[in-house]
Design a protein around this ligand. Structure first.
Ligand code: UD1
Ligand code: CA
Length: 452
C-alpha cells in the first residue's frame, strides 16, 4: 500500500507565520506524527502547498513531495500527486493535520478493504455535531458523500460523517481522478466525489472519533496534546513504568522507558530518548534525544543529546549538553555543565564545574569549581585527563592541555602546560605571610580616626 498525506492547506485559524502541520504535539511536529504512522504501511508521499518549503524541511529524505499550487480542494491535491499512484497498489489517504490516528485503526481499515474487494473503503464516524463534515449518504445499496455546504436540510440531519481517511484501489483513482468537477458550493475539486463513482464502496465506522480529530486552531492543538499525553503515559504505566504524577509529566511519542523506572513530577522527556530499567528520573528534569542506561538517577537536571551508562547519578542542577557521554558509575553533581565530553568509569565531578571538549579517564576526581578553558574566543580546544588524576578545586585547565594519569593539580591552579603522569602541578602565586600586618593596619586606622 502507498500512503498519501494531504498537507497543502492554509490553516488560517492557527494565526501563525508557520504552516499548520509543523506545529508540535508533545514536541513532535504534527506532520511527523502522520509520516511516522504512514511509514508503517508503505511508501509515503506528501502533498505540500502553503509554505511548501517549510513543510518539506520537516520531512525525512525518503518521503516524496508533490506541490499543489494553488489549493483547489482535496481532489485536486490527489491530482497533483498522480505520479505517486500505481495501478496495482492501494493508496491510503491521510491528513497532515490529523495526528492521533492509531495503527490499529488503519490495520482494520486495510482488512475491511481487502475482504470487501471494494474500490474504496471510507473511515467514518458518528458525530454529535456533524456541522462542517461530509455526510455519508446510503441509498439503494449505494454510498456517496455530500459536503456540508452542498447538503440539503434532510442530508444535514445525517450524523454519520466522513473522516477524510480512505483506502482506494490505485487503478480506480488513476482512472477517475481527472473526471472530478468543481461545480459545487465551494468551487473545489472534492476527493469525496470519487465515492459516488466507485462500483463498490466499503465503510468502517470508528468509535473513537478523537483519532480523526483535526487541528484547526491552537485550542484544538492543546486538546489533542492532552489526549496524546494521556495515551502515552497510560501505555508506559501499563508497561511497568511508575509515573508519580501524570498531570505534571510530559513524555513524547518516540520515548522508550524500561520496566520499574520511576518518573517523578515536573519532568519532560522528549525526542528520541531511551531510558533503561530501574532508573529514577526527576523531579524537575528535562531530557531530550538521549540514551540512559539502567539504574540511573537524574534529579532536577537538563539533559540533551547525551549518553549515560548504568549506575550513574546526575544532579541536582546539572546540565548535560550535546555530546556528553557518562560511563558506568559516574557522579555528576550540582551546578556542573558538560559538553562534548566523555567521562570515564567511576569518575566524579560533584560541584560547580564546566567540562567542555574534555576526555576524562576512569576514577578521576574533578574538584569543585574546575573549569576547562576550552575556548579562546576563536577556536575550541580539547582537554585530556588521565585515569586516576585528581584535579584540585578551582583549577583552570587551559586547553589544549593534558593531565597525566595519577597526576594532581593544586587547588586554584591555572594549568597551561601538560602535566606528566603522577606529577603534582601548581600554577598559582606562592602564599606570602606578613606577621601582624592586619593588626597594625587596624591600629593605624584607629589612630587616624582619633586625630580627626
Ligand atoms: C474534508 C472532506 C469532508 C470530511 C472532512 C474531514 C472533502 C471535499 N471533504 O473536508 O468530507 O468530512 O475532510 O475532516 O474532501 N488539503 C489539501 N489541499 C487542498 C485542500 C485540502 O492538501 O486543496 C488538505 C488540508 O491541508 C487538510 C485536508 O486536506 O489536511 C483536509 O482539508 P480540509 O479543508 O480540512 O477538509 P474539508 O474539505 O473541509
Ligand atoms: Ca478540516
Amino acid at each position: 500500500m502507498k500512503v498519501l498525506i494531504l498537507a497543502a492547506g492554509l490553516g488560517k485559524r492557527m494565526k501563525s507565520k508557520y504552516p499548520k502541520v509543523v506545529h508540535k504535539i508533545l514536541g513532535k511536529p504534527m506532520i511527523n506524527w502522520v509520516v511516522d504512522l504512514g511509514t508503517k504501511f508503505g511508501e509515503v508521499g506528501v502533498v505540500v502547498g502553503h509554505k511548501a518549503e517549510v513543510v518539506r524541511s520537516y520531512l525525512p529524505e525518503d518521503v516524496k513531495t508533490y506541490l499543489q499550487q494553488p489549493q483547489l480542494g482535496t481532489g485536486h491535491a490527489v491530482m497533483c500527486a498522480k505520479d505517486f499512484l500505481t495501478p496495482n497498489e492501494d493508496i491510503l489517504i491521510l491528513y497532515g493535520d490529523v495526528p492521533l490516528l492509531k495503527s490499529e485503526t488503519i490495520e482494520k481499515l486495510q482488512q475491511a478493504h481487502k475482504e470487501s474487494g471494494a474500490d474504496v473503503t471510507v473511515l467514518t464516524f458518528i458525530a454529535d455535531d456533524p456541522t462542517g463534515y461530509g455526510r455519508i449518504i446510503r441509498e439503494n445499496g449505494k454510498v456517496r458523500i455530500v459536503e456540508h455546504k452542498d447538503a440539503n436540510d434532510e442530508e444535514r440531519k445525517i450524523k454519520e460523517v466522513n473522516s477524510g481517511i480512505y483506502i482506494f484501489s490505485g487503478s480506480f483513482v488513476i482512472d477517475n481522478i481527472s473526471k472530478l468537477k468543481n461545480d459545487n458550493a465551494q468551487g473545489e475539486y472534492y476527493l469525496t466525489d470519487l465515492i459516488a463513482m466507485a462500483g463498490k464502496v466499503e465503510t468502517l465506522i470508528l468509535d473513537d472519533s478523537i483519532q480523526v480529530s483535526g487541528v484547526n486552531d491552537r485550542v484544538q492543538l492543546a486538546q489533542l496534546e492532552a489526549v496524546a499525553r494521556k495515551r502515552i503515559l497510560e501505555d508506559l504505566m501499563l508497561s511497568g513504568v511508575t509515573i508519580v504524577d501524570p498531570s505534571s509529566t510530559f513524555i513524547g511519542p518516540d520515548v522508550k522507558v524500561g520496566m520499574d523506572t520511576i518518573i517523578h513530577p515536573f519532568t519532560i522527556i522528549q525526542g528520541k530518548t531511551i531510558i533503561g530499567e530501574d532508573c529514577e528520573i526527576g523531579p524537575y528534569t528535562n531530557i531530550l534525544d538521549s540514551t540512559i542506561g539502567n539504574v540511573v538517577k537524574i534529579i532536577r537536571s537538563e539533559v540533551e543529546k547525551t549518553t549515560v551508562y548504568d549506575n550513574v547519578s546526575v544532579g541536582p542542577f546539572a546540565r548535560l549538553r550535546e555530546g556528553t557521554v557518562l560511563k558506568e558509575k559516574v557522579k555528576i553533581g550540582n551546578f556542573v555543565e558538560t559538553k562534548k565530553s566523555v567521562i570515564g568509569k567511576n569518575s566524579k565531578a560533584q560541584h560547580l564545574t564546566y567540562l567542555g571538549d574534555a576526555t576524562v579517564g576512569e576514577g578521576v576526581n574533578v574538584g569543585a569549581g574546575t573549569i576547562t578553558c576550552n575556548y579562546d574566543g576563536y577556536k575550541k580546544y580539547p582537554t585530556y585527563i588521565g585515569d586516576g588524576a585528581f584535579i584540585g578545586s578551582n583549577s583552570s585547565l587551559v586547553a589544549p592541555v593534558k593531565i597525566g594519569k595519577g597526576a594532581i593539580t593544586g587547588a586554584g591552579s591555572v594549568i597551561t602546560e601538560d602535566v606528566p603522569d603522577d606529577a603534582l602541578a601548581l600554577g598559582r602565586a606562592r602564599q606570602v605571610i606578613k606577621e601582624n600586618w592586619a593588626k597594625n593596619k587596624r591600629e593605624a586606622l584607629k589612630d587616624a580616626d582619633n586625630k580627626e
